[in-house]
Design a protein. Structure first.
Length: 614
C-alpha cells in the first residue's frame, strides 16, 4: 500500500481529533485481537440529493446490528460524525478506499465498512466493501438489490455478509432493533438523526415520534426518541441556567429603576419612555415566574397551561404578581399620555430601555414589546383576566392559562367586568366622531362575547353583538358581526358550535354514541378553560351517569374512558390518567393499545403507573 504525504496528514489529523473526542485508542481496546469496526457513511450515487440524508440512517442501523455480534467492537456513529465535522469531510466519498482507510485508522478501527446507494427507484441497489485497515485490502466487495421498501431485509443481508467475512455470528436470541417498515420511515429516521447532529433535539424527537407511529417495530427509533428528549432537557437546563443569571440581574435593575417613582417622577419624556420599558421587563419577569409555577404544562406546549394538582398556591401567588405588573404598566402608560401629549395631540411612544440595559436585554433574549397605547394595555389585561391569554411582552411564547384568572378568583372577574365596561364606553364615545373607532368597539366585544360563550352564555353573547349592529348599521363590520350571531344561533355552520350541539343532543337522548365522539372533545376543552383539570372528570362522568345502560354499543365505554385518560395525561394529570385507564381495562380495553398511548402520547405518565417502582 502506497502512503502519500496527503494521506499521512489526513490520517494524523483524524487521529488527533478522534483521540480528543473518544480518548486514547489503546485505553479503549480491552482485547487487541478483537475487530473494531468503523461504519462510514454510504455514498449517495443515485443523483437525487434528497437521499443524501439516508446515509446517516442506514449507518446507524448497521452500527446497531453489528454491535449485537459477540467479540466485535463497533465505533458509534456520533463519534464518526464528530470527526467528520471537525475535519470538514462531510462531502467526501467514503467509498473511496484511501479516505476509508484514513478515517478508519484515525478512529482506531481495524476494519471499515463503506458502501454506496447505486440505485433507488424502483429497485434499490447497495454496493458495499469491508476493508482491512492494516493492509488496505478489500476483504468483501459485494452488492445487494431489491425493492426499496425492503430496505430492512437488504440491510440484514449486508450485516450477515460482513459477519461471515469476520468469522462472527449474530448473538442468538437477540431481537433486532432495526426492523424499519419501509424506506420512507428510514428517510424520516435519518432526517431526525440529521437534526440531532445539528443540535435541534426538539425537531429530532418530533421526527422520531412520527417514525415510531409509522413503523412500530422499529425499536431503534424509540431509543433515539427518548435519547433526544433527554438531551433536549439537558440543553434546556444549561440554557436556563446561563440565561437566569443575566435575566435575574436585568429584573433587579428593573426593580431599582421603578422604585424611583415611575412615570410620575420622570424628569422628561425620554425618562418616562424608559419607565415604560422597565415596566415591560418587570411584567416579563412576573410572567416567567408564572410559567415556572405552571411547568411542565407550559414547557410541554400543551394546548393550555393548566394549574397543576397541588400547585394552586404557587400559581395564585405568581398570578397576582403578573396581574399587578400589567396593572402598573397600564397605569404608567395612561400617565405618560397625560403628561407628554402636546397641545396638538403629538405624543412620543418610543418605549424602550436605556441603551446599556437594552443591550443586556438582548443578551438574555428579552425583547421590549409594549402595547401601542394605554387602551391596548388595558385590552391585553382584559384578555388575560377573562380568557387566560398571556401574551409575552418580552418575547416569551404566548400561552392560555386554565382556568382563566376570572374563574380562579372573583376579584379578577370583577376587574375584568370593570375593564370591559370602561373600554367599551370609551370606544363608543370615540366612534361618535370617528367611524374607525368602531373597530375598537368590536375588539372589546370580541373578548366579552368569547368569555360569555366560554361559560355557555350564548344569549348574552348574541345580545352584545346585536347592540353593535343596532348602534352601527352602516359599519364595514356589519356583515362579519351578523355572521357571528348566526353562528351562535346555529343558523350558520361552525364546526365547534355544531360539535358542541351534538354532545348536548347525546346527553338529551343517549341513543347514538357518535354524538359524544363528535362533540365531547370540544365540550371538555371549554370546561378545562373554565374549571381546570376538573373539567375532564366532569364531562366523562356526565356521560357515564346519564347514558350508562342506554347506549347500544358496549365498546363505547372503553373509548370514553381512554379519551378521559388521554385528556388528563396530556395536561400532566397522571393520577386521573391512571384512574380512567383502570376503567378502560375493566371495559376490555386493549392493553397493547394502552402501551402505544403511553409511548406516543403520554410518556410522562409511565413513571407514575400504579404498582411500578420509580
Amino acid at each position: 500500500m502506497v502512503i502519500t504525504p496527503c494521506r499521512v496528514a489526513l490520517t494524523a489529523s483524524v487521529a488527533l481529533v478522534a483521540s480528543a473526542l473518544v480518548g486514547p485508542v489503546a485505553a479503549r481496546a480491552a482485547d487487541p485481537t478483537q475487530p473494531r469496526i468503523a461504519v462510514l457513511y454510504f455514498d449517495n450515487n443515485t443523483g437525487d440529493e434528497k437521499l443524501d440524508v439516508l446515509q446517516k440512517g442506514f449507518a446507524d442501523m448497521m452500527v446497531t446490528d453489528l454491535s449485537q455480534a459477540p467479540n466485535l467492537t463497533v465505533v458509534e456513529r456520533e463519534k464518526l460524525e464528530a470527526v467528520l465535522a471537525e475535519l470538514a469531510l462531510q462531502k467526501k466519498s467514503y467509498f473511496d478506499p484511501k479516505t476509508a482507510v484514513a478515517i478508519g485508522n484515525g478512529l482506531g478501527a481495524t476494519h471499515a465498512v463503506t458502501g454506496a446507494f447505486a440505485a433507488f427507484d424502483p429497485q434499490m441497489r447497495i454496493d458495499m466493501r469491508l476493508i482491512d485497515l492494516a493492509t488496505g485490502e478489500v476483504v468483501v466487495a459485494d452488492k445487494v438489490a431489491g425493492n426499496k421498501n425492503d430496505v430492512f431485509e437488504l440491510e440484514q443481508q449486508l450485516v450477515g455478509r460482513f459477519l461471515d467475512a469476520l468469522s462472527r455470528t449474530a448473538r442468538p436470541g437477540v431481537v433486532t432493533q432495526t426492523r424499519v417498515k419501509d424506506v420512507d420511515a428510514l428517510l424520516e429516521y435519518a432526517r431526525g438523526l440529521d437534526l440531532a447532529d445539528k443540535g435541534d433535539y426538539q425537531g429530532a424527537a418530533e421526527r422520531m415520534k412520527k417514525v415510531v407511529s409509522r413503523s412500530p417495530l422499529f425499536a431503534l427509533a424509540r431509543v433515539r426518541r427518548d435519547d433526544f428528549l433527554a438531551r433536549l432537557e439537558k440543553a434546556r437546563e444549561r440554557r436556563t441556567s446561563a440565561l437566569d443569571e443575566g435575566a435575574t440581574a436585568l429584573f433587579r435593575d428593573a426593580e431599582a429603576a421603578l422604585a424611583k417613582g415611575g412615570v410620575a417622577k420622570a424628569a422628561d419624556v425620554d425618562a418616562s419612555q424608559h419607565v415604560i420599558g422597565w415596566r415591560v421587563v418587570a411584567a416579563g419577569a412576573r410572567l416567567r415566574l408564572l410559567r415556572l409555577a405552571l411547568a411542565p404544562a407550559v414547557e410541554r406546549k400543551s394546548r393550555y397551561a393548566v394549574v397543576p394538582p397541588g400547585g394552586e398556591k404557587a400559581v395564585a401567588t405568581a398570578l397576582k404578581g403578573y396581574v399587578d405588573a400589567l396593572e402598573a404598566l397600564s397605569a404608567d402608560m395612561h400617565l405618560h399620555e397625560q403628561r407628554f401629549t402636546s397641545e396638538h395631540g403629538y405624543l412620543r411612544r418610543d418605549y424602550r430601555l436605556p441603551d446599556a440595559a437594552q443591550a443586556k436585554a438582548r443578551e438574555v433574549g428579552f425583547k421590549v414589546n409594549p402595547p401601542r397605547d394605554s387602551e391596548a394595555a388595558d385590552l391585553d389585561l382584559l384578555r388575560f383576566l377573562a380568557l387566560g391569554r398571556a401574551d409575552g411582552l418580552t418575547g416569551e411564547e404566548d400561552f392560555i392559562l386554565a382556568p382563566t384568572p376570572a374563574d380562579l378568583d372573583k376579584r379578577y372577574a370583577a376587574r375584568a367586568k370593570e375593564l370591559a365596561k370602561g373600554l367599551e364606553a370609551a370606544a363608543r364615545e370615540r366612534a361618535k366622531s370617528d367611524a374607525i373607532a368602531t373597530l375598537d368597539v368590536e375588539r372589546v366585544l370580541e373578548v366579552v362575547t368569547d368569555a360569555a360563550v366560554l361559560h355557555g352564555d350564548i344569549e348574552g353573547a348574541v345580545v352584545a353583538w346585536q347592540s353593535f349592529l343596532d348602534a352601527y348599521p352602516t359599519s364595514s363590520q356589519f356583515k362579519r358581526v351578523d355572521k357571528r350571531i348566526q353562528v351562535l344561533l346555529g343558523v350558520a355552520h361552525d364546526h365547534v358550535t355544531s360539535s358542541i350541539a351534538r354532545y348536548y343532543q347525546g346527553i338529551a337522548t343517549c341513543d347514538d354514541d357518535m354524538d359524544f365522539r363528535v362533540g365531547m372533545d370540544e365540550v371538555m376543552d371549554r370546561r378545562v378553560r373554565t374549571m381546570g383539570l376538573a373539567g375532564i372528570p366532569t364531562t366523562i362522568d356526565e356521560v357515564d351517569k346519564t347514558c350508562r345502560g342506554k347506549l347500544a354499543r358496549p365498546h363505547f365505554w372503553s373509548y370514553l374512558y381512554m379519551q378521559g385518560a388521554l385528556a388528563a395525561g396530556r395536561l400532566d394529570d397522571c393520577k386521573t390518567f391512571w384512574v380512567y385507564v383502570d376503567r378502560y381495562l375493566a371495559e376490555n380495553g386493549s392493553k397493547s393499545d394502552l402501551t402505544g398511548y403511553l409511548d406516543n402520547h403520554v410518556p410522562q405518565c409511565k413513571a407514575s403507573q400504579p404498582g411500578k417502582t420509580p
